[in-house]
Design a binder for this molecule. Sequence first.
Ligand code: ADP
Length: 308
Amino acid sequence: MEDDSRSETRTCDTCEETDGSASRRKEDETKEAFEDRRKLQSRLRRIRHKIVVLSGKGGVGKSTVAVNLAVALMMSGKRVGLLDVDIHGPSIPTMLGLEQETIHGSEEGLLPIDIGGLKVMSLGFLLRNQDDAVIWRGPMKMGVIKQFLKDVAWGDLDYLIIDSPPGTGDEPLSVCQLIGMLDGAVIVTTPQRVATVDVRKSITFCRQLHVPVLGVVENMSGFACPKCGEVTQILPSGGGKRIAEEMNVPYLGAIPMDPKIAAACDSGRALLGQDSASPMARAMNDIITQIAGDGTRDISSGQEPGGR
Ligand code: ADP
């Protein structure tokens, strides 16, 4: 019985042709797991580019970069989704002022929250009590991440930006494997040597998974004066650039430590949407030009996501 269904459920990854053999049930895959994978693939097929944002450790600004990258792409004229699967610290609802939002379902699946054209989905919307995730065992966490990825109804998107759990362990591994066909990873670090050591691990992680490294972003690189915006190097910087060169991956640029960024994150408004001439906005403009190429327009002329 099992073997019969296996041969009937052949499907193509890119066109849904049931005769195609691009994707078929794997030898060690249960029927249920295969159906889940097909469902996930059919959703992801409607998304042209998928970019995961990674960091070797927490607290380096991965979520801040993910939010601002998504906003920058949206302001440059793209249809963008932002997916927060950082199971231990889903901070995107706070950063975008969406903490009180609840998720609604439809026949299509879970509906992302639309803020002025940016579609946002976070595990934080489901994990009202974040302590829950801390005590979950590994397989349970994987199950939640998988279910979540499979059930979100994104519709058609140009870009999906995924805020991954930090590190190089099972959680980011599952995210990268489940999504598959990623365009690549943006790796976020701070300049200090202790953080850049982790960048090596993140680059190696991507290489092992055959995920292209789109580049390294050095966050909290220098200090931006809150009055004039001039950037001062108060601590050694350049570590991200050095590692990128050593490991032969692109260096995408630096974002200074900027009190306005922290305040904007805490107040629920991505900084880029507030001040398109800020150091963050300038850095993001450079980053999306490198990642998305000529298809983007300067974000200073773009429409910021509206509030709710
Ligand atoms: P991660 O996702 O790596 O754990 P977050 O993006 O949540 O890190 O950032 C951690 C904290 O640092 C947040 O409070 C955020 O507002 C702040 N932060 C991130 N980048 C900057 C920056 N360039 N300047 C000032 N504060 C920043």
